[in-house]
Design a protein around this ligand. Structure first.
Ligand code: ZN
Ligand code: ZN
Length: 668
């Protein structure tokens, strides 16, 4: 299948003779020579031109074409002007090359001028000229002009359809792209080709329409031969991944006859964005085995998976790999590294990367402020914000999410109010739902439930389930059944599929002994087909990530792990730890509750960590939900009894346990 992305240029004349022959010059210019060679050929053309007999237009066209694709597209314009003053006749190939240079430079004024020239010279009716103008308008971000031009075209061919579909998809107008595609198919004037489908798949990916994407896949399968078309297969992988179907994406990936770097990167970031973090790392290892070149895009995808898994050793290894292979440290890569180190619990290393960056943009500052906030280092986050301010980097809405989150995790109520005020009045940033969420969380944690409720009622945007969930959680912590009931019902209406809110509300009832209401909420959860999200804890040992669920016996070392748990529970009791059975929401006998507590996934991961992690190293655990009160106080004591540093990341933040204390100050 052929791919026609750009209009076909005039055919090259393949007669490599001496430079005095214009054909051999054209041939040389078609080989994409470096800029210095183009200059030489250009000079040669001009000096050898007889003023009485202007050089053939086709030779100038070849020069224009070479310049328009070179690192110096601006020269195309001066050469074009030279042709005009020199009286060289123009043909319908001349203008498109100059227009293409406008596309590369995104220069609308030049483009408009050329559009006028095309009209004046009577070349506008040429389809090739029209299509390059269309691409030019799209590249200059004037999609409406491109659409107008397309609408007015009296005749359309495959190339003009492909250009329009691809440009609309690239401009983030996927629905319009699909509309044009439907028109193209229903007119039956031209048959779509591979390039059409690349544009259509890009549009499907943006709309998230796996159904249409599958239709395209079927269509391609019927024509056959796309397995060996890398660009098209990559677009299919990307479409499936972006529509949330990582399994189908992998199937296409596996069937590809040849893969390029883009194929691997698309699949790796596709896995990572779909939450298939272990698969991301497996595929990355395969990529290394097959010696495919790793670039910055690969690194960002893999680092994101490491962050989610808390795979610090692998993240560290990638950092070293980057240094060894001299990969570029651009802002995006550095931001990913900062986030990875922070999310894997090594905040010092995150700060080291941050400090080492000579030019920091808002993204980098935001990442570091957010990192300090997540680790509960409220003061550091706030002083970093002041530093950002002093270095004249304008804060963004995300910056303030970090700042307010720091206040919330640090219990800094007055500071939080002040920063929210400054954000609006000093920085002119309108608060969004996340900012309100942080403030409600801040007030709720501090027990200022009335103020939180008033804020929710008076804010100009509708509260979302996340915000109300935070308030609900505060109601549970502070034992406010009345408000909890009200907020709980509202949040369940807004988001009936989130198990966490059912658990919170039934917990609020259970805590005040309203077992029947608690049971009613659990029944509602069942009726709505919502499953409680299972608690998972991960721990990385020697580059391997081990995952534990509650009462999990799947680990090969389960025997040892469970005897370590027994030992832990015994030593905890001796140290005076009383299991907090309040956190078990099921209506069961006390000793049974105690047993369930002992089998929480983080305790299994902790027992495994005590066995497998070297004494000199901290034990790092990543939990997908909030750590329960009982595990929190148990881990505090374990850090003292076993003299171990334990770092736990839960759904929202970090807990650094050392010598019987936690960095969160029991405020989480
Ligand atoms: Zn627990
Ligand atoms: Zn803590």
């Amino acid at each position: 299948m052929s791919i026609a992305v750009t209009p076909h240029p005039p055919p090259a004349h393949s007669s490599p003779h001496s430079l005095s022959n214009p054909h051999s010059l054209s041939f040389l210019l078609h080989q994409r020579p470096p800029l210095s060679i183009i200059h030489q050929l250009h000079a040669h053309t001009i000096t050898s031109t007889n003023p009485q007999n202007p050089t053939s237009t086709s030779l100038y066209n070849s020069l224009l074409r070479a310049y328009s694709r070179s690192p110096s597209p601006l020269t195309t314009f001066s050469l074009y002007n030279y042709m005009l003053t020199n009286g060289t006749p123009l043909d319908h190939y001349t203008l498109p090359f100059v227009i293409t240079a406008c596309s590369f430079l995104s220069s609308l004024p030049h483009g408009l001028q050329l559009h006028g020239c095309a009209m004046k010279l009577g070349l506008f009716s040429d389809l090739y000229v029209q299509t390059t103008l269309l691409n030019m308008y799209a590249s200059c971000s004037t999609m409406d002009c491109a659409c107008q031009l397309f609408d007015r075209m009296e005749q359309r061919d495959l190339v003009s359809y492909n250009a329009m579909i691809a440009q609309l998809a690239r401009a983030g107008l996927p629905k319009m792209a699909l509309e044009i595609f439907r028109e193209m198919v229903s007119n039956r004037l031209v048959n779509p080709d591979g390039a059409t489908m690349v544009g259509v798949l890009l549009a499907c990916a943006q709309v998230g329409s796996v159904k249409l994407g599958m239709w395209v896949h079927g269509y391609l399968a019927k024509i056959g031969g796309f397995d060996s078309n890398v660009v098209l297969s990559n677009a299919l992988v990307d479409m499936y991944a972006k529509c949330g179907d990582a399994i189908s994406a992998r199937k296409v990936f596996d069937k590809m006859n040849t893969r390029d770097g883009v194929s691997w990167n698309t699949m790796i970031s596709g896995y990572s964005k779909n939450g298939c973090f272990l698969e991301t790392l497996d595929l990355f290892r395969e990529m290394l085995r097959e010696r495919v070149r790793v670039d910055e895009v690969t690194i960002v995808g893999v680092l994101s998976a490491c962050s989610q898994l808390g795979a610090l050793e692998l993240g560290d290894w990638i950092h070293t790999y980057m240094e060894k292979h001299k990969l570029k440290y651009n802002v995006i890569v550095c931001t990913s590294l900062i986030k990875m180190y922070a999310k894997c619990g090594n905040i010092d290393k995150a700060y080291e990367i941050f400090s080492g960056l000579p030019c920091k943009d808002a993204l980098v500052w935001n990442a570091m402020i957010g990192a300090f906030a997540m680790h509960g280092h409220a003061c550091k986050a706030l002083s970093l914000f002041e530093e950002m301010h002093a270095s004249d980097v304008r804060p963004t809405p995300v910056t303030f999410v970090g700042v307010l989150c720091a206040c919330s995790h640090g219990g800094l109520v007055n500071e939080g109010r002040k920063y929210m005020h400054d954000m609006v009045n000093k920085h002119g940033i309108k608060p969004n739902i996340k900012h309100y969420g942080c403030i409600v969380d801040l007030l709720g944690r501090a027990g200022l439930l009335d103020e939180a409720q008033k804020l929710v009622e008076s804010m100009p945007i509708e509260p979302d389930a996340v915000l109300l969930g935070a308030l609900l959680s505060a109601c549970k912590v502070h034992g406010n059944v009345e408000l909890g009931e009200k907020v709980g019902k509202r949040v369940l209406e807004l988001d009936p599929h989130n198990s966490g809110n059912y658990v919170l509300l039934s917990g609020i009832y259970a805590r005040s002994g309203r077992w029947e209401d608690a049971a009613e909420v659990r029944k509602m959860m069942n009726d709505n087909g919502v499953k409680k999200q299972p608690g998972l804890s991960r721990i990385e040992v020697d580059n391997v990530v081990h995952v534990f669920s509650m009462a999990d016996w799947s680990h090969p070392m389960s025997e040892d792990i469970y005897s370590k748990v027994d030992e832990m529970v015994e030593r905890l009791k001796l140290a005076g730890h009383e299991p907090n059975t309040n956190v078990v929401l099921i209506d069961v006998e006390e000793d049974e509750k105690e047993q369930l507590l002992g089998l929480h996934s983080e305790k299994l991961a902790l027992a495994f960590g005590l066995i497998s992690v070297k004494d000199s190293q901290p034990i790092r655990i990543v939990k997908n939900l909030r750590v329960c009160d009982d595990c929190h106080s148990a881990i505090k004591l374990v850090s003292k009894i076993y003299s171990r540093e334990i770092i736990v990341r839960d759904r929202l933040r970090f807990h650094h346990f050392r010598e019987g204390q936690c960095s969160c100050g029991d405020y989480w």
